[in-house]
Design a protein around this ligand. Sequence first.
Ligand SMILES: [Mg+2]
Length: 241
Amino acid sequence: MQVNAVLFDLFDTLLRINGGDAFYTPCLEKLYEFFSENGVDVSFKEFKQVYFEVRDELYAESEKTLEEPHFNLRVSKTLQDLNYDFDVTSPIVIKGTNIFADEFMRYVSLDDDALDVLRKLRGKHRLGLISNFAIPECVWKLLSKFNLEKIFDAILISAEVNKRKPSPEIFKKALKALNVDAANAVFVGDTLAFDIKGAKNVGMKAVLIERNPPKEILDIKPDRVIRSLKELLLTLELWTQ
Ligand SMILES: [Mg+2]
């Protein structure tokens, strides 16, 4: 096949989140501290419980609509359920989201092979990024921190387009921005349900980078399974022969 573009997922594909969900409690503690300083008078236990209720409700909604509301909505709804009336545009909400994101960033590192592999691919293919994330500002900060910003010809973040993987819309938008056909594009990601399913549905070739043992058995078959980004180079060589 002719590979005109290679597109990547971000988290646990190019960037690693250290310690699994270890970031969550410290992030929520920072958020809680900030709200406490700003007059929100509830216990951390209550705050955390309401936050997770709101999050799970929004997740369930997203699963149906494949939309991605900004994290500010989650923060604002949490405060509203605690009887503090701050809407999504309130500076307290926006600052709270930033505080959560800054703490989260401390847990994120660049995959050891990412930069080298991307640089090698850069000369031969157009490069794209499609990330499911509710805080786009945080993705941009991370891309800049790890010098990845300029390497891609197209960057799509779910909360910026209000569509998340596996919706065909976000994949098609990326292909359009790269000016390539799905049949000449390869997607690389670590989740079957979002990355592989979404990419295959629009007709792209899909490579699964196996980071963790699969949590669920899904009837979705990637075209190739790799265990490190380096292996991608060989896969692409074989496909383009
Ligand atoms: Mg991922």
